[in-house]
Design a binder for this molecule. Structure first.
Ligand code: BTN
Length: 243
């Protein structure tokens, strides 16, 4: 394992992206920072994290057995790896909120941003960015956010959690190499937040509608059963779960 520890950086994902564009980056390189000045979230959002309190890292993982439209298996593997690690730390009521937020009860404790290197429609490697709220106690202005310490009262060692998560990611990525796609999908769906529960969603044009999450497609779209019992597929831009 090749670990690069930084005090501050714009974004650990951006750092690894630039590094891998210029140099050969060894498989399983980890870039970890105490603080990000331009932390990035999904769909162009930002990621804020109090200095020195949380786990902020990006993991460079060679994954060269997937077609570009199979990228969601990397999301499943990562979500499950973090889920399993947090379970080992006895964090209660864990769920995976599609596509890849980790919740305890209905509080978000971890966000994941995966960026892939693709050539000729084949994935070559992934930069797996993880922001896990560990010891931070206040989240001013953010709703539904929490941390491990806020939930259990325990102060955690960030390095220990990092080691466990990266080793779990390697285990789950091995399932991808073994072609165990159905196993991954079924384990992911088993932990899906609000699965089979009546839920309210907001569409892209701001309309609210009711539906039941049924699962995901192989490409990672969300299957929702609407009021007329029809099951429709949605991508991240088309739907927002209100909770
Ligand atoms: C999200 O929930 O929107 C995803 C958040 C991902 C944040 C992590 S922190 C480490 C890595 N570097 C970034 O700039 N983003 C990811």
């Amino acid at each position: 394992m090749n670990l690069i520890k930084l005090n501050a950086i714009d974004s650990t994902n951006s750092y690894l992206k630039e590094l891998s564009a210029k140099n050969e980056v060894p498989d399983c390189t980890i870039v970890m920072a105490d603080y990000q000045t331009k932390g990035r979230g999904q769909m162009g959002t930002g990621w804020l994290s109090e200095e020195g309190k949380n786990l902020i890292f990006s993991f460079f993982k060679k994954i060269d057995c997937l077609h570009s439209d199979e990228q969601f298996y990397i999301s499943m593997a990562t979500s499950l790896a973090i889920f399993k690690t947090l379970k080992q730390f006895h964090i209660p009521q864990l769920k995976i909120k599609w596509p890849n937020d980790i919740l305890s009860a209905n509080q978000k404790i971890c966000g994941i941003l995966i960026e892939t290197h693709i050539t000729s429609n084949k994935i070559k490697a992934a930069i797996i960015g993880v922001g896990l709220n560990v010891n931070q106690m206040d989240f001013p202005g953010v709703i539904n956010a929490s941390s491990l310490k806020q939930i259990t009262g325990i102060i955690y060692n960030r390095d220990e959690i990092l080691n466990r998560i990266t080793s779990q990611i390697e285990t789950y990525v091995n399932l991808i190499y073994e072609g165990k796609f159905e196993e991954l999908k079924s384990e992911y769906e088993q932990h899906l937040f609000r699965k089979e529960k009546p839920s309210t969603f907001k569409s892209r044009d701001g309309e609210l509608f009711m539906g039941y999450i049924k699962g995901i497609t192989n490409k990672g779209l969300l299957n929702v059963m609407l009021e007329d019992n029809e099951v429709k597929e949605f991508d991240l831009k088309e739907i927002k779960l209100l909770y």
